[in-house]
Design a protein around this ligand. Structure first.
Ligand SMILES: *[C@@H]1O[C@H](CO)[C@@H](O)[C@H](O)[C@H]1NC(C)=O
Ligand SMILES: *[C@@H]1O[C@H](CO)[C@@H](O)[C@H](O)[C@H]1NC(C)=O
Ligand SMILES: *[C@@H]1O[C@H](CO)[C@@H](O)[C@H](O)[C@H]1NC(C)=O
Ligand SMILES: *[C@@H]1O[C@H](CO)[C@@H](O)[C@H](O)[C@H]1NC(C)=O
Ligand SMILES: CC(=O)N[C@H]1CO[C@H](CO)[C@@H](O)[C@@H]1O
Length: 335
């Protein structure tokens, strides 16, 4: 991670941004508080640099901070991220919430011998210029996220999201919050128009689903705002609301099953997508009879999704399912 000047990071969008909070934004805050876009991006840089340096002690941590890595709590000094990460690329996506002092980032990382690339993503919250919350996820191959990911495509795919058209119509904070809430409640009938170029990704990857029999599609899936979206009454639906770039960072859990899939891969299918699960059961029974492939046994799991949406010009512009799998019927450390 080498960002000589953190402001370069947002070069394209900063000129649109309110760099210094207005006096109104500071009302009710301690005088040493700073939640400007510039400050928040600097904090993210510090966190990533400290990983490369294997030194979490350099960070401005609050006396008591809350932190999780891949869904479980640990002190930063004990976390894998600060032990094994040797290089962090500059974030491919950075969402900044100047009202709550929170930031979300996602970056390519290298570990150990630099031969494999992974993906690190997370959320930081600051209060009075101290980090109070840190929620991190590292990709450890597709088996961990249950969906898919691509360390190779991440930066290229997200570039367009970080430089939206200058003349875009920004949505109000209330609208962004309403979309975040509806994303985790399938009974919420908020209608959300999906843009023609809306980008759908799973941890950086523009998804190509070849289907159960490997013959269905060779092109990328597009976004949808469907009834199969899972419901989590405890979802945190407005973790980072970036009013400038239109990002909504949410987190919720959904129950589902890990199934063997076409070829030798496995995939996580939420219970809310019951017809997809049924199709997979049919395929599983067929292939099991043929007995010429080894299959991972369908197994219950919880998918923890740090779901990111982007909305402007009255349309959904990006939808990202960033899933991490844990055991069945798990709950979140954060609720
Ligand atoms: C907030 O932090 C940024 C980045 O460190 C700095 O440039 C800016 O002057 C600070 N603003 C306030 C009001 O302290
Ligand atoms: C894919 O293959 C399956 C099984 O052979 C078949 O039932 C299905 O119709 C095929 N789908 C397409 C889109 O060709
Ligand atoms: C397994 O057997 C079926 C039926 O004989 C055949 O169609 C399929 O190609 C075989 N798959 C593999 C991976 O050998
Ligand atoms: C998870 O909870 C559901 C609903 O209560 C239950 O049916 C299921 O057996 C549980 N799974 C495990 C592995 O405990
Ligand atoms: C560190 C690590 O496990 N990284 C994995 C991330 O994903 C790639 C595939 O793109 C794997 O090859 C890496 O092993």
């Amino acid at each position: 991670m080498r960002i000589p000047n953190p402001t370069c990071l947002l070069q394209l969008s900063l000129y649109l941004a309110v760099v210094v909070p207005t006096s109104a934004a500071l009302v009710g805050r301690a005088s040493n508080d700073n939640t400007s876009r510039e400050y928040l991006s600097k904090i993210v840089t510090q966190v990533l640099d400290s990983m490369e340096a294997h030194n979490p002690r350099s960070l401005p941590l609050a006396t008591v901070y809350k932190a999780t890595e891949n869904s479980h709590a640990a002190s930063l000094a004990m976390m894998t991220s600060w032990r094994t990460i040797v290089k962090v690329e500059q974030p491919s996506l950075l969402a900044l919430d100047t009202k709550q002092g929170s930031a979300y980032f996602i970056s390519d990382i290298s570990e150990g011998n630099l031969k494999t690339k992974g993906i690190l993503r997370g959320r930081v919250k600051v209060v009075d210029e101290h980090i109070t919350e840190l929620e991190l996820f590292i990709n450890r191959s597709r088996g961990d996220d249950g969906y898919a990911f691509s360390a190779e495509e991440l930066a290229e795919n997200y570039k367009v999201l970080m430089s939206p058209p200058k003349n875009r119509k920004k949505a109000s904070r209330a609208k962004l919050e309403a979309i975040g809430a509806a994303a985790w409640d399938s009974s919420n009938d908020l209608s959300v128009a999906v843009g023609d170029n809306c980008q759908f990704t799973e941890v950086g990857w523009s998804i190509i689903d070849t289907g159960t029999y490997g013959n269905e599609s060779t092109s990328s899936l597009s976004c949808s705002w469907g009834s199969t979206r899972p419901t989590d009454p405890k979802a945190r639906t407005r973790l980072v609301i970036d009013e400038e770039l239109g990002f909504i960072v949410t987190n919720g859990l959904c129950q589902g099953k890990v199934y063997p899939y076409y070829g030798d891969i496995s995939t996580f299918i939420p219970d809310s997508m019951s017809s997809n699960q049924d199709a997979q059961e049919v395929w599983f029974d067929e292939v099991k009879k043929q007995a010429n492939l080894t299959l991972v046994s369908p197994t219950e799991a919880t998918g923890e999704n740090l779901e990111v949406l982007q909305f402007y010009n009255d349309e959904l512009q990006a939808l990202q399912f960033n899933v991490f799998l844990t055991g069945p019927n798990m709950t979140s450390s954060w609720v």
